[in-house]
Design a protein. Structure first.
Length: 267
């Protein structure tokens, strides 16, 4: 016969109160205890630090996974290691970031300063607030994940040149001029910033290898010419392609590479 175990009323009440004080934690079937969880894709709304509230650019976002995070300060991208630190806190260790000159550097600098160290978690159904030890906060709202743009058929505009863990934005004279498209059959066409070019590429897994470039022969001086020479040299190497949302990164074996942004439907 099945026996029902009697639980003393006072003990049951104490358990309920303990759970309520712990932030409405609950024990799952596996025996683990649920705690506030920051994982997800978040759009950053604002930062409050030093008694001021800074409103975020529309592109500022944070994606938190298991033990890691990546995001965008509004212009520059970044990574971080995120480790659980108690039932409702995490410890953030900054990783790599790009170093482009951006329009709203005040917000970017503040975001980078706040998103580090021990941070407590306040999460609602569709909101997340992270609070630093000095009282600074990052307020976010959940947002649908941006689908990755396809490698082929997308017009990519080169935004920065990468060297190892850093990326430098293109000089103003060259910004927006270097573009390329990879067709479904891996025929490549575009501009190196000054001269038009075409090539045949091959793809194997995530590696794209460009064949010899055929280009026009205009003389290109100054920053535009420097970018063009850097891209010509880069396309001579096998490049590992990674796409996150609307951003493509092509990286050579020596750590050099580029980042490019997908053109919007209006472009």
């Amino acid at each position: 016969m099945r026996t029902l175990r009697h639980v003393h009323t006072s003990a049951g009440l104490a358990c309920v109160l303990a759970l309520a004080l712990a932030g409405c934690g609950r024990e799952e079937a596996s025996g683990s205890v649920w705690h506030p969880d920051p994982t997800g894709s978040w759009a950053v709304e604002s930062l409050t630090t030093g008694g001021r509230t800074l409103h975020a650019p529309g592109t500022a976002r944070l994606e938190i996974g298991e033990n890691e995070a990546k995001g965008n300060y509004g212009c520059n991208g970044f990574t971080a290691v995120v480790a659980s630190d108690g039932p409702s806190a995490v410890t953030v260790t900054p990783g790599a970031s790009t170093t482009m000159a951006c329009a709203d550097m005040e917000f970017e600098t503040a975001f980078a300063k706040v998103f580090r160290g021990r941070m407590t978690i306040d999460r609602g159904p569709d909101r997340l607030t992270l609070k630093a030890a000095d009282g600074s906060t990052i307020a976010m709202t959940s947002t649908p994940a941006v689908p990755d743009a396809p490698l082929t058929t997308t017009r990519w505009t080169v935004e920065s040149l990468v060297s190892g863990a850093t990326a430098a934005s293109l000089p103003a004279e060259a910004a927006g001029k270097a573009q390329f498209t990879i067709a479904p059959d891996f025929a490549v066409s575009g501009s190196l910033g000054c001269n038009r070019f075409s090539a045949r590429a091959t793809g194997e897994g995530s590696v794209v290898t460009f064949g010899p470039l055929t280009s026009t022969r205009m003389a290109c001086e100054g920053p535009v010419g420097e970018v063009e020479r850097a891209l010509t040299a880069l396309f001579a190497d096998p490049l590992t392609a990674t796409i996150a949302g609307q951003t493509l990164t092509l990286t050579a074996p020596d750590g050099k590479g580029l980042t490019a942004k997908a053109a919007s439907a209006a472009e």
